[in-house]
Design a protein around this ligand. Sequence first.
Ligand SMILES: Cc1cc2nc3c(=O)[nH]c(=O)nc-3n(C[C@H](O)[C@H](O)[C@H](O)COP(=O)(O)O)c2cc1C
Length: 311
Amino acid sequence: MLEIDFSQSPTALAPLAGFTDLPFRYICKKFGVDLTFSEMISVNALIRDSKKTFHMLKRAANENTYMIQIVGSDTDSIVKAIEILNDMEGIIGIDLNCGCPVPKVVAQDSGSSLLKDLSRLSQIVETIKKYSNKRYTSVKTRIGFNEKTPEIIAKTIENAGADFISIHGRTRSGAYKAQIDYDAIRQAKEAVKIPIFANGDITTYERAKIVKEFTKCDGLMIGRGAIGNPWIFYQLKHNQNSVDKSFIKSIVLEHLQLMSEFYGEKMGVILFRKHLHAYSKSLSEAAAFRHKVNTIIGTNEMREEIEKFFI
Ligand SMILES: Cc1cc2nc3c(=O)[nH]c(=O)nc-3n(C[C@H](O)[C@H](O)[C@H](O)COP(=O)(O)O)c2cc1C
């Protein structure tokens, strides 16, 4: 297992439930992303030992800096979940979700709801730090629940003992569409000494450069900007604003194969459709292609359509 080298402007793939599963993380690692996170894992599901949860936690062969993100708020349950994760190898840290805006999660005082109760947030971070045997304890947060209080949130997390923070520059009320506030991320960065990943709407190499420069953050975290575009991590690592995409067909085929292996053929193909939509976006005849692949459930048939569509 490696350490995160914060002196080298590391990149991270943001956790995206329903997208950043083992196959997609594998693909992003191939393009050089430094840090990967599991999709958010409910502490309660983990304790209940659900088979699906353990499947979701599996690490790809090339993931040498992989963190598990947990979502929860009850410290006793969190301790039990950590004890389970302590027995799992190949994980460099535990990340606490303090950003999820979904009403069901907020109603359980978890996710972004923790931003309304900073003493609880603090207690949870201290608990993870105390019980986890992993190298890193981190927090992924927004800049507030309704009001923007980035400095207070960042200081609270730092004082509780976290090793780094990833900050999505929106409040919970801002959901995923409000104007991203990189200034708030910059304020959080100035308020603490621990490293910060800036996150939100980084979709191009050019935008990444601007965000890095403006926020002065240690690293950049990219979520939706990597869907259908995992080579963005290669661009950032190699300082290239354009990339020769002649490899796209082979990557799409490899991604499909990994999906079939991980989920089983039918489910893998169905779940792959959304990635395929993203890979084909902006190519000519993409709408007709999307329409066609939406009815396909077999790997071979899907492979044939990909072979025909991508040059
Ligand atoms: C479909 C979807 C699923 C997400 N799932 C998670 C999650 O499991 N854990 C988390 O901390 N954030 C989650 N997020 C938030 C992202 O990690 C990220 O903070 C947000 O999308 C902004 O970054 P981006 O513009 O680079 O995508 C999710 C966002 C989306 C759109």
